[in-house]
Design a protein around this ligand. Structure first.
Ligand SMILES: *Cc1c(COP(=O)(O)O)cnc(C)c1O
Length: 369
């Protein structure tokens, strides 16, 4: 079948989790973010792989994601919904998951829900320490201090770094200080709750960012800022056709590429509708016959063209490699002017997914050994 193939190395995901887990002390619980369909690799398979590696705490963004991960894992694992009560408390509870309460309105919704159902609602509370995105503001934190929240069973007290992936950024230090300032009162009030501040970047910062529970995501999938990560994904696509053009002939929409020598072009069946950034136009690269070759012209919706002049025996049916251990997610991200997170979460919708090893599957796409 002439389709792109995304191969996902599950052992690499497990190994990356173990490597990040080993960076914090034994008493620190290492969780895993599997939101956005497990950063594009498949949430159900990622969650099962991580669970088998020893992970018991998972973070997703939405209620449907929580349901998918619960279905994959069965009972037992803890699943937190980062976007909070607005995702629908009934849906979250139906998935046996826990909302992260990010605002006074979230807490009020949760209290109301717990009263109606006459059972304590397990949840996390997020506090704002500098990102100004989600979390209780200082005014809301004061309100919380004077509010009876005994209807909530608060399991996690968390905040999130804005700049943990930028070495030495002063906001990181400030956020650790602000979080530590909140801790004594919170520990008093919620003595059994875990404190959590760090995603991948924070895990790499060192012990004073680890607290009780970490939430790495992108590093598990082999991308920056975890530069020692094992690459997880490989993206290939078959050459559809090859032909020769004369100097002066152009390639693609807008005729932005012009042959400067007798050239050979190869067309591949993937484009921006497959999640390949259009900003790779004129700057992307791929590997054909083990050799790195440039894109010729723009990324179209469903196709790209490579300049394979230097690989004269390239032929239809040969696989071109877009991502591997050398052409990494972060290298593509740099060429495209974006970040590895966006590359990971964009790919995979149309590609055939293959898992290596194939012991677990999400029922989506092909699975091969
Ligand atoms: C996405 C996210 C994570 C995981 O972040 P990475 O940078 O991918 O490790 C952790 N915590 C929160 C609140 C998030 O939104």
């Amino acid at each position: 079948m002439a389709r792109p193939i995304l191969t996902i190395d599950l052992n690499a995901i497990a190994e990356n989790w173990r490597a990040l887990d080993s960076l914090s002390a034994a008493h620190v619980t290492t969780g895993a973010a599997v939101k956005a369909d497990g950063y594009g690799v498949g949430a159900a398979v990622a969650a099962r792989t991580l669970s088998a590696a020893g992970c018991g705490t998972f973070f997703v963004a939405t209620a449907p994601e929580a349901m998918e991960v619960r279905d994959a894992l069965g009972s037992g694992a803890e699943i937190y919904v980062l976007n909070g009560a607005v995702e629908g408390l009934s849906e979250i509870v139906a998935a046996d998951a826990r909302p992260v309460l990010n605002a006074r309105t979230d807490v009020e919704m949760a209290l109301e829900f717990a009263r109606q159902h006459e059972t304590p609602l397990s949840c996390a509370l997020q506090f704002e320490t500098g990102m100004n995105r989600l979390g209780l503001s200082s005014a809301e934190t004061e309100w919380l201090a004077q509010t009876d929240v005994s209807a909530l069973s608060v399991q996690v007290l968390m905040s999130h770094f804005a700049c943990a992936d930028e070495a030495g950024h002063p906001l990181t230090r400030e956020q650790i200080t602000r979080f530590n300032e909140l801790v004594p009162a919170l520990r008093d009030r919620f003595p059994n709750a875990k404190l959590s501040l760090s995603a991948t970047g924070g895990v790499l910062l060192g012990a004073d960012a680890h607290f009780d529970l970490t939430r790495p995501g992108v590093g598990l999938y082999g991308a920056d800022p975890f530069c020692d990560a094992r690459p997880v994904i490989r993206l290939e696509a078959p050459i559809l056709r090859v032909w020769d053009v004369k100097p002066g002939e152009t390639s693609g929409y807008g005729a932005t590429w012009t042959a400067t020598r007798p050239s050979r072009l190869a067309t591949l069946p993937l484009g921006y509708a497959d999640g390949l950034p259009r900003s790779l136009s004129g700057r992307g690269e791929a590997k054909v016959g083990g050799r790195i070759v440039p894109l010729a012209g723009r990324v179209s919706m469903d196709l790209i063209v490579l300049d394979v002049t230097d690989v004269p025996d390239a032929a239809p049916g040969d696989m071109a490699v877009l991502l591997d251990d050398e052409l990494t997610v972060d290298r593509m991200a740099t060429s495209a002017g974006t970040i590895g997170y966006e590359i990971l979460t964009s790919l995979g919708d149309r590609a055939i997914r293959r898992y290596k090893p194939s012991a677990v599957t999400d029922g989506k796409g092909d699975v091969s050994a």
